[in-house]
Write a protein that binds this ligand. Sequence first.
Ligand code: SAM
Length: 271
Amino acid sequence: MNSLIDIDKLERTSRRLSATELSEVFKYVKERVITQKSKPEKDQWEKYWEEMLNSGQDHPSFFLKKRFQNIYRLNGSFAEINGDTVCVSVLQEILSKINSLYLKDCDFLVEFGSGTGSNIKYISELNQNISSFGSDFSESSLGILKRKGLNSFFFDMKNPSLSSLPKIVQENLNRTAFLTSGSMEQLGDAWRNFVDFVLEVKPSKIINIEPIYEYYDDSEFDSLARQFHLNKKYFSGYVNFLKDKKIHLIEHRHKFGTLFDEGFNTIITSP
Ligand SMILES: C[S@@+](CC[C@H](N)C(=O)[O-])C[C@H]1O[C@@H](n2cnc3c(N)ncnc32)[C@H](O)[C@@H]1O
């Protein structure tokens, strides 16, 4: 599983923590994991995106943590990396590699659960040949996309249908890439409808940037992320499902994340 992120470069810009600092971070993460509530419901997303719509911020605020703001998961431990936009930069590095490696034969890109639309906006800036669409089940999120002048449409991933896609996409699925970034995690154990739909309509590529439960090992460090994933009620079993179905996939595990999980693993499928 090669990486789309230059992890060595991140290592060079990071500072490993002392034993005392490390034990403080572990203690804090453990406490937070135990009390972690489930992922937001639709009305909570609606409220969150409404606040973001009113704030005018370009990127979502959920990468920012209250404590230990500059501490990240990196290569099997916690490390300090300074800068206000570390996660956004990492995500953009991944999107940039996705664009150069996987989008060459695609004229259309559709993101499901696109939030502020920052991912499709970034790819559109890199690649003038691709027409991008963002979709979400939150009207406030769609309001953000409209304000940014991005193509948008309502789509509930738990209740997917071909007719909900823009006509031009419906007619050109073999030249379309589907993207999810932190939205399949939100489907919890109700992800099969969306995956069955996607495999049935057969876009040229399916690109998922998501936390993958199966990748965590039994170390104390990964067990915390695993417990966080379970408490959040994020989706799991997707990669094993694709493998069981003998669907060809390319896996990029990225041993990087915020304090609590490894959210940037990337799976590419060509159904
Ligand atoms: C963690 S955010 C990720 C946003 C964006 N993809 C990003 O990378 O910044 C999850 C997004 O999924 C959306 N979402 C959650 N459940 C959904 C569903 N059933 N259908 C469509 N969108 C959904 C939320 O409204 C939110 O925009």
